[in-house]
Design a binder for this molecule. Structure first.
Ligand code: HEM
Length: 469
């Protein structure tokens, strides 16, 4: 059955971003009495996709659990029961994972505000409402926790406005279009060309994925059907330091341009000129096949690392024989290897900003002294944390070796710690307006991880099973 036909069983945020509900509260809870917690969680009006499709909602509630949260409720959330091993281990579950994700140095889990030891959440309750109402909605839920078997670890808030992240860049533009109606047949020759549509099984458990089959999922009592994994990272942004560094590098007049080069889009979201496809803020119909050397959009720019687009082969189809030669790896380059198969590594972003937002005083001027921290409650949904979020974060964003580049990480997100071999990671290669190669060095760390966890966002029938005890 197509995912669309099961909308009543799917939590709404799997399809919707709810941009009109510009306030969000993320309640991170620990369970101290399973029976009471089940009873209270059953009283929450969880919004289904069918609800969201049938009427305009003024509030939304979604529930997700960590593996230890499921265990606290008596559900074995391990690989033997079909749950992903990385979910069972957790985001901060072992040092090798932390290394791969770049969670070292200032990003190390032992420095997080939440996510480890006694701040490891069991339950995430996502509340969305208009910004004028979100404080009251949050207070109502926090008050209800008394005697509910759950303790509040932290209430993380986003007070909008949406559409820009704290550095000031337009955000929330590029998303994969999920094939809700089951029209897509993955695996054909046309998959060599970049496409933005994604098989439902890349986001929903129990559905066919981009490989053309339904992978293992927590199928016992159908607990996992129509569920997904939710990755939550609290990423604090040094807005002041970002704009100060840009001004030092490029002067007052060039600061915004250099920032745009690092993100890979204009400040208002327009794709960089020269990539083909539609232009203008928010346009998303472009690839990097026409820009193999990164003259229009640097190969290491944030959006190009996070989604190298251009499908299995950046040059598209080249005829049967040359396709075979390329598929066998007999002809190609390091760059082509690294950008292969972007469609297996897409994520659905659902994050929201916190703290002051916006371009500080024209960006070229002295940035205002920060009064309160800013950042992203980065949230993404995916059916395989390892193949999707962790691959994007570990192999593309945090890696010092990407698509033939070395000595640099994502210019926005890198932790700038030395690579495994000891080499520097704080550079950024780009081309100036005349197409001349340029190298910026000594990039500071602009984004610091302050918390995180992997959650399971069940379908509604699965949720009922979990809460039935
Ligand atoms: C504070 C941290 C971050 C900032 C400021 C940031 C900023 C941005 C901006 C401005 C865009 C372009 C607008 C858009 O397409 O929505 C973007 C796109 C994107 N970002 Fe981030 N981002 C952050 C963290 C992350 C992380 C942690 C990941 C994943 C590991 C990620 C993955 C993506 C993806 C997949 C895209 C879309 C790329 C495309 O399809 O063109 N971002 N980000």
């Amino acid at each position: 059955m197509a995912a669309s036909d099961q909308a009543a069983d799917i939590q709404a945020m799997t399809e919707r971003g709810f941009g009109s509900l510009d306030g969000a509260s993320y309640l991170l809870l620990s369970i101290d009495d399973a029976a009471r917690a089940r009873t209270w969680l059953r009283t929450l009006a969880v919004t289904s996709l069918a609800d969201a499709r049938s009427s305009k909602l003024d509030r939304v509630c979604q529930i997700a659990f960590t593996a230890s949260g499921l265990a606290a409720l008596g559900i074995a959330a391990d690989a033997a029961h079909g749950f992903a091993p990385e979910f069972a281990e957790g985001m901060a579950g072992n040092e090798r994972r932390s290394h791969r994700l770049g969670d070292e140095g200032e990003n190390a889990p032992d420095k997080w505000y939440w996510g480890v030891a006694d701040t490891e959440p069991h339950v995430l309750v996502v509340l969305l409402a208009p910004v004028a109402a979100i404080a009251a909605v949050e207070a109502e839920h926090v008050a209800a926790l008394t005697g509910a078997g759950c303790a509040l670890i932290r209430a993380n808030r986003s007070n909008g406005p949406l559409g820009r992240e704290p550095f000031g860049f337009a955000d929330g533009l590029s998303q994969p279009e999920v094939d809700w109606d089951g029209q897509l047949v993955p695996g054909g020759a046309k998959d060599r060309l970049y496409r933005n549509t994604l098989a439902a099984g890349e986001v929903l458990l129990g559905h066919t994925n981009e490989y053309g089959f339904v992978p293992a999922w927590p199928s016992e009592r159908e607990i996992g059907r129509n569920g997904t994994y939710l990755v939550y990272r609290q990423l604090e942004q040094d807005v002041h330091g970002f704009w100060r560094w840009l001004r030092e590098q490029a002067g007052k007049a060039g600061a915004v341009g250099l920032g745009e080069t690092m993100i890979g889009r204009g400040i208002d979201g327009a794709p960089q000129p020269g990539l083909g496809g539609a232009a203008g803020p928010g346009a998303n119909d472009f690839g990097f096949g026409q820009d193999p050397d990164g003259l229009a959009c640097p190969i290491g720019a944030h959006i190009r690392r996070a989604n190298p687009r251009s499908g299995d082969d950046p040059q598209g189809r080249r005829g049967f024989l040359r396709d075979v030669i390329s598929s066998l790896g007999l002809k190609g380059s390091a760059m082509q290897d690294a950008v292969a198969s972007a469609r297996f590594h897409r994520i659905l972003r659902r994050g929201r900003p916190y703290g002051p937002i916006g371009l500080p005083a024209g960006a070229g001027d002295d940035p205002p002294t920060p009064v309160e921290p800013s950042g992203l409650h980065f949230i993404c949904l995916n059916a395989s944390i390892a193949r999707q979020f962790e691959f994007v974060q570990g192999a593309w964003v945090a890696s010092a070796y990407f698509a033939g580049l070395s000595g640099e990480q994502d210019p926005i997100l890198g932790n700038r710690l030395p690579a495994s071999g000891g080499g520097a990671t704080d550079a950024f290669h780009y081309a100036d307006a005349e197409g001349c190669p340029r190298l910026a060095t000594g990039l500071p760390q602009f984004v610091t991880v302050r918390g995180g966890a992997y959650f399971f966002l069940p379908g509604l029938a699965g949720l009922a099973q979990i809460l039935a005890g």
